[in-house]
Ligand binder design. Structure first.
Ligand code: IMP
Length: 521
């Protein structure tokens, strides 16, 4: 007998269990071996709301909440101030690398903390002694004119004039000095004015540029009418509730010199410190965590890396506010091959998060994220955020210059345990980092490789793509927020399934003679 269609839901409720596996059934098997993100799928739920309504708020650490679960890796080809500023504007957070002197790292943190959306903090400044010809050349080179002139031609020096297109356009004598033709009567804004106050001044004075000066008349930044017109709002921006400054993280090692580094970072206004080690469960890290927590109680401390609950327990006992999970899963990483140590990332994330949850310690799934689906899976397994290196390398905001090879526009991306990165030392010849316990040795043992990645454009396009993609993914699973997903994973309502090798092939593109894989517009 065929049942009446209208009784389908009723019939379903009489069946035992649910399709697929609970997360515990999926992961709790010691004998089967560890799982990576590609080894399983999440089964779809019911779409009952628009994807734009999906909430991606999550915790980075015990005290820090982000609007988007994205963290950029502390690697010297991924996160310096540019990346940290722009990922924070888009709701995530950047962790500034430490393969540089402590002073340089602290300056990068300061740049992020001082950043004010809409203000040009590093305008092109000229000296009164340059010629009209040179200014015309600069106009051609930068594609705009509107250069503030200061006494010594640098920022933070006394503003004495401004040169705009109109000032140089019809001057035929290119040998004239800028001081002879510049506009001396400059409308300025005072340091501390808000964006909307500056905007008002620009509108009422019909000027194109508004140099901002401090109480002594020194140039500190600038507003530009063209920038204001394209200036967006960043409703997701990660900001400190008290200072309204962007949030910024930085990484340090566990050597004695890292304590002085930490002091400088704290002075620069750092919010979160990541103790950067490929094997976090060490007495050095435990001491460092205790020292930071007692010396700078206001700074949140993320320990790691860990991939077992035993490692996690040590660092939680030492007092961390967050954990970073991953050993050997990074795209540039050869740790598992060389050290024989590590763990498939899906299993590592699941086990560590299950343990840490008992102590309210949020976890970052670090490494091996290659697409939006991997982020969803990391979060479904219990992580609160995903840290990305390779995904963000090659963006306009990552450090380094683009270069061309084989007709492709590329940027360098290298592991911090690659020989290249480990050989970088400070002025005294000391290795800058100590992530792999090998940097200072005569014989270096590499745990990473050095390579390149394709240009990904700006994070202002790429991160919204990840954000919207994640919202769609949760919509398919039937969860309205990350918190909702976590609850329903734990309750066994979100279901999973293993993916055999042939299932993985099936999930890829098949039998096309050629295709173009464009991920976003
Ligand atoms: P990805 O996002 O898969 O490219 O992995 C980035 C992560 O790999 C980083 O956040 C680090 O945890 C890790 N990592 C960075 N450099 C190395 C290395 O040289 N060897 C091993 N792991 C690395």
């Amino acid at each position: 007998m065929v049942r009446d269609h209208t009784t389908a839901l009723e019939y379903l409720s009489t069946l035992e269990g649910k399709d697929g596996l609970s997360v515990h059934q999926l992961m709790d098997s010691d004998l089967r071996g560890g799982l990576t993100y590609n080894d399983f799928l999440v089964l779809p739920g019911k779409v009952e709301f628009p994807s734009s309504k999906v909430e991606l708020k999550t915790k980075l650490t015990k005290k820090i909440t982000l609007h988007a679960p994205f963290v950029s890796s502390p690697m010297d080809t991924v996160t310096e101030s540019e990346m940290a500023i722009h990922i924070a504007l888009l709701g995530g957070i950047g962790i500034i690398h430490h393969n540089c002197t402590a002073e340089v790292q602290a300056e990068m943190v300061r740049k992020v903390k001082k950043y004010e959306n809409g203000f040009i903090n590093h305008p092109i400044v000229i000296s009164p002694k340059i010629t009209v010809g040179e200014a015309k050349f600069m106009k051609q080179q930068f594609g705009f004119a509107g250069f503030p002139v200061t006494e010594n031609g640098q920022l933070y020096s006394k503003l004495i004039g401004i040169v705009t297109s109109r000032d140089i356009q019809f001057v035929e004598d290119n040998s004239l000095l800028i001081s002879e033709i510049m506009t001396r009567d400059v409308v300025t804004g005072s340091e501390g004015i808000t964006l909307s106050q500056g905007n008002e001044i620009l509108k009422s004075t019909k000027k194109g540029k508004l140099p901002i000066v401090d109480s002594k008349g020194n140039l500190v930044s600038m507003l530009s009418r063209t920038d204001l017109m394209k200036n967006q709002n960043f409703p997701l921006a990660s900001k400190s509730a008290s200072t309204k400054q962007l949030l910024c993280g930085a990484a340090v090692g566990t050597m004695p010199s890292d304590r002085e580094r930490t002091r400088l970072l704290a002075e620069a206004g750092l919010d979160v410190l990541v103790i950067d080690s490929s094997q976090g469960n060490s007495v050095f890290q435990i001491d460092m965590i205790k020292w930071v927590k007692s010396t700078f109680p206001e700074i949140e401390v993320i320990g790691g890396n860990v991939c077992t609950r035993e490692q996690a327990a040590s660092l939680i006992a030492a007092g961390v506010d967050g954990l970073r999970i991953g050993m050997g899963s990074g795209s540039i990483c050869i740790t598992q091959e060389v050290m024989a140590c590590g763990r498939p990332q899906g299993t590592a994330v699941y086990n560590v998060c299950k343990f840490s949850k008992e102590f309210g310690v949020p976890c970052i799934a670090d490494g091996g994220v290659q697409n939006i689906g991997h982020i969803t899976k990391a979060l479904a397994l219990g992580a609160s955020t995903a840290m990305m290196g390779g995904m963000l390398a090659g963006t306009a905001e990552s450090p380094g210059e683009y270069f061309y090879r084989d007709g492709k526009r590329l940027k360098a991306y290298r592991g911090m345990g690659s020989i290249d990165a480990m050989q970088k030392s400070d002025a005294k010849g000391n290795a800058a980092t100590s992530r792999y316990f090998s940097e200072g040795d005569d014989v270096l043992v590499a745990q990473g490789v050095s390579g390149s990645v394709i240009d990904k454009g700006s994070v202002h396009k790429f991160l919204p793509y990840l954000y919207n993609g994640l919202q769609h993914s949760l919509q398919d699973i039937g969860c309205r927020s990350l918190a909702d997903m976590r609850e329903n994973v734990d309750a066994g309502n979100v279901r999973f399934e293993y993916r055999t090798a042939s299932a993985q092939l099936e999930g890829g593109i098949q039998n096309l003679y050629s295709y173009e894989k464009r991920l976003h517009n």
